[in-house]
Ligand binder design. Structure first.
Ligand SMILES: *Cc1c(COP(=O)(O)O)cnc(C)c1O
Length: 400
């Protein structure tokens, strides 16, 4: 088997148009978002307008990171220190981190074999914890049944905040991820769907919520210069009651993001071409289980997940090593030792330990691979051949 030589962390270059826009901002010297001349809008404000339009949201705030967007969203939504906040047991570290940032306590909800929130367990945990807030993480781009979820949350009076780090551009029954709850939180960190190195976007239709979020982000008394903000009168008391927790986006990053946003739908098409090719090949390997993706879900295949049920620890370690030797970089979520970007609840020891047998079972046989757009379709064929080959050699009990 010929080894694969591509680099799994290599994203595409920033488009020339974005490079030109960045140079223009650099030449102007006006990098701070409120450093504008006369009627000039500034790139950060323009990005807010364009992204609000893309999401079909009334308001948008550009800020420092996805994790920051989540933490100010929690605070602006009224979470207080000591409150319980429900979230997915399978997610990335910045999600429980954002809950910890406001002094609240994550309550983990089990995930299903299809990697989405387990709604039956959610109902139980709502009753047990009395939590009034769910920070839903559509981890690795998997959307749960959003209609069933919002129905349940409404009945139980629980507020929904959406972590859309992997679902920017994805939708459920034609409705965009991030538009189901009080707010949508997005990341423009290098490994997400738009790349400004670091960055976050927060959207909402709620004027009070957004006014608080804008003040929190560090707008001083310059909130009227925002691109997609509520009218000035909404800030009347909020502006004096809300602390400044500096985490603004600057014009340089916003300038890089604007042309990428125009190209997002085309990027999604290219991600899905690559995803479908690999998923199709893997679904023919007898011991591999692909998560079921319902017809209502329009996802963005920027990464791929699959399970080998019953695979032992030794086999899983060997499977990852065999792939690595052939140039294919897999992440195994069942690893006891936290590596790189941690996503196993056992690694977050600042949170009270919680029993999540179903999640642990799923994670023990769960593998993940990034699909950067720098890979061609031929590259994806090559990767799929390697994965199929190594999976055959490392059969879990599901293969018998
Ligand atoms: C990346 C990520 C975030 C936020 O990331 P930042 O690095 O803070 O921008 C949030 N949730 C998930 C699931 C992520 O993968």
């Amino acid at each position: 088997m010929e080894p694969f030589r591509g680099v799994f962390t290599q994203q595409e270059a920033i488009p020339e148009q974005a490079v030109d826009a960045a140079i223009e901002v650099l030449r102007s010297g006006r990098l701070h978002r409120y450093n504008t001349l006369g009627e000039e809008l500034g790139a950060a404000s323009e990005l807010e307008q364009v992204f609000a339009r893309y999401q079909g949201a009334k308001y948008c705030l550009a800020c420092a990171s996805g994790g920051y967007a989540m933490s100010i969203a929690l605070r602006a939504a009224g979470v207080r220190p000591g409150d319980a906040v429900l979230t997915n047991s399978f997610t990335l570290a910045p999600v429980p981190g954002a809950i910890a940032a406001v002094g609240a306590k994550p309550v983990f909800v089990e995930v299903t074999e299809d990697l989405v929130l387990d709604l039956a367990d959610l109902e139980t945990k709502i009753s047990e914890s009395g939590a009034k807030m769910l920070l839903l993480s559509s981890m690795r781009g998997h959307l749960c049944d959003m209609e069933a979820l919002t129905g349940l949350l409404e009945a139980k009076n629980v507020i929904l905040l959406e972590d859309c780090a992997h679902t920017m551009g994805a939708s459920w029954s034609g409705r965009l991820s991030g538009s189901f709850g009080l707010a949508g939180c997005f990341s423009t960190q290098t490994y997400k769907h738009l790349n400004s190195g670091e960055g976050g976007l927060l959207t909402s239709d709620d004027s009070q919520f957004m006014a608080r979020a804008i003040m929190l982000s560090g707008s001083y008394m310059l909130y009227e210069r925002h691109g997609a903000a509520p009218p000035a009168e909404v800030f009347k008391t909020i502006r004096l009651e809300t602390p400044n927790m500096s985490g603004r986006m600057d014009n340089l990053r916003a300038a890089i993001l604007l042309p990428q946003l125009t190209a997002l739908d085309d990027s999604i098409r290219r991600w899905n071409e690559r995803y479908h090719l690999i998923a199709e090949r893997l679904s023919n390997v007898p011991n591999v289980r692909m998560p079921h993706r319902p017809d209502e879900e329009a996802y963005v295949g920027s990464s791929i997940q699959f399970r080998i049920p019953g695979i032992s620890k030794t086999q899983a370690i060997r499977f990852v090593a065999d792939n690595k030797a052939l140039g294919v970089e897999l992440k195994w979520f069942g690893d006891e030792n936290p590596v790189a970007f941690t996503s196993n609840h056992h690694s977050w020891q600042y949170v009270d330990p919680q029993d999540l047998p179903k999640t642990d079972e799923v994670l023990s046989g769960l593998f993940d691979m990034r699909i950067p757009l720098s890979f061609t379709l031929d590259d994806c064929e090559h990767i799929a051949r390697i994965l199929s080959h190594t999976a055959y050699q490392n059969m879990g009990s599901g293969a018998t």
